[in-house]
Design a protein around this ligand. Sequence first.
Ligand code: FAD
Length: 297
Amino acid sequence: MDWSRNWFEGFKGVLREGVDLSPFSHMRVGGRAAVLVEPWSEEDAALFLRVCAEKGLPYHVLGGGSNVLIPDEGVDAFVFSIPQWNRVVRDGNRLVASAGATLPSLIRKAKDLALEGLETLVGIPAQVGGAVRMNAGTKEGETFDHLVSVRVADESGELREIPREDLHPKYRDGNLGKVLITTATFELKPSNRLLIQERIKEYLTYRNRSQPVTEKSLGCIFKNPPGDAAGRLIEAAGLKGAREGDIMVSEKHANYFVNLGAGTSTQVLDLIARVQETVQNEFSLHLHPEIQIWPPQ
Ligand SMILES: Cc1cc2nc3c(=O)[nH]c(=O)nc-3n(C[C@H](O)[C@H](O)[C@H](O)COP(=O)(O)OP(=O)(O)OC[C@H]3O[C@@H](n4cnc5c(N)ncnc54)[C@H](O)[C@@H]3O)c2cc1C
């Protein structure tokens, strides 16, 4: 990628070249970013996006790395990283969360303030921005259920507040287009702290029992086809424990792939192809990936 620091005059954040992204991946796979971009502020991010658009420079936004597959050869692109934006502020019954705050920290804050509504999202290792972008959730509830607005930086260099009624989320897709989410506001219900704590415990117990939560994974690899569960189909096709190198279909939940140690992104892609082919042959159904597969560019 041809670029010059001079093009980003006024940018106050940090640019780091050739950063290994595997520690940022929840599965611990993937290569280097041409440049890791750590914007100082949302204005900084907007400026950077505008210049990228003007110059035709490729970029990605990285959240908690719990749903993206970063290629082994790395990405010849700018990669935004914003864990430093981690504030969660109360405004009446609302919580305004910076996009880099972790979902677990947001849920903890809501519980401490006895505000109910986010408990169903417990155990999802996302940042708030990633949770909104993916409309992360479970059968019990999803991120958009309590969202009232999101603030985004876009490629025109503008910052915009978008109310919930102007957003059209889909299943595991916030449907927000090419923006960088900077904050999200949630409307919650005053409740009892112990009651919330109890619900959190129940959801966590269920999760720990049914999913490989302590292993290196990317959560569910495939979207559930209408009326069925990808995990059920993969298990019925006899693929639990199937391996490509150090990447394995989890024995605990067949829609999770786990990295046994030295797994690679290429092995993840090979296992995806094998699972898709087997399920297609057995059940005449195509499984679509839920994970975001980044191209090397
Ligand atoms: C153990 C485990 C359990 C999981 N359980 C669930 C579950 O129950 N339900 C569920 O839905 N998912 C689950 N997941 C998947 C994952 O946590 C979610 O998809 C989550 O929303 C991804 O958030 P992230 O911050 O990690 O985003 P990343 O994986 O870093 O990125 C995901 C996408 O969001 C984009 N993105 C991230 N931040 C921003 C931002 N600020 N602005 C714009 N775009 C952004 C990225 O570009 C990418 O396209 C699980 C994953 C793991 C590892």
